[in-house]
Design a protein around this ligand. Sequence first.
Ligand code: MN3
Length: 199
Amino acid sequence: MSFSLPDLPYAYDALQPYMSKETLEYHHDKHHQAYVTNGNNLLKGSEWEGKALEDVVQGSFGKNAGLFNNAGQHFNHLHFWNWMKPNGGGSIPGELEKALLDSFGSLDKMKEDFIQGGVTQFGSGWCWLTVQNGKIVVTKTANGESPLVHGGKPILGCDVWEHSYYIDYRNRRPDYVKAFIENLVNWEYVAQMYSAAIK
Ligand code: MN3
């Protein structure tokens, strides 16, 4: 199985004003495409050729940095497009909402911690809602890493590489992460990942 780039699940201009058409054109068509192309080149002839994506990500971590970076980013971006939707950030499905309240005490606290995670990730990386030891926690990772290689299961991730926000927000990463959690998140998709993570 080789990697391939899926179409965005919405139009390029569907996330405006929170994420522009221009950002999505560069981010999806150029950046994600590059991870797919480079990942396929590095996968060819490696011991992970033909393996499922999550197995490539976990298997190559710490062993083959080039392949890991591209496979990790392919995994992260496949979900990232689905973690957003037009008119996102609305109500949270019941089972997930209950788990978030159990873990954070309030939805405001969850959002505050998530924004803080994104703002304090130094340099390129991601902030996450991660299922770990039966709880949902905020974590952050550098570059193409994800909770998958740190003993957790990601259910929501925000890309805080500059390519994800610089066109729209310039250096204002806090405003970008705040807009993401409040206005872009597709909570139905997060709930699906949560259900799969606790099985
Ligand atoms: Mn990206």
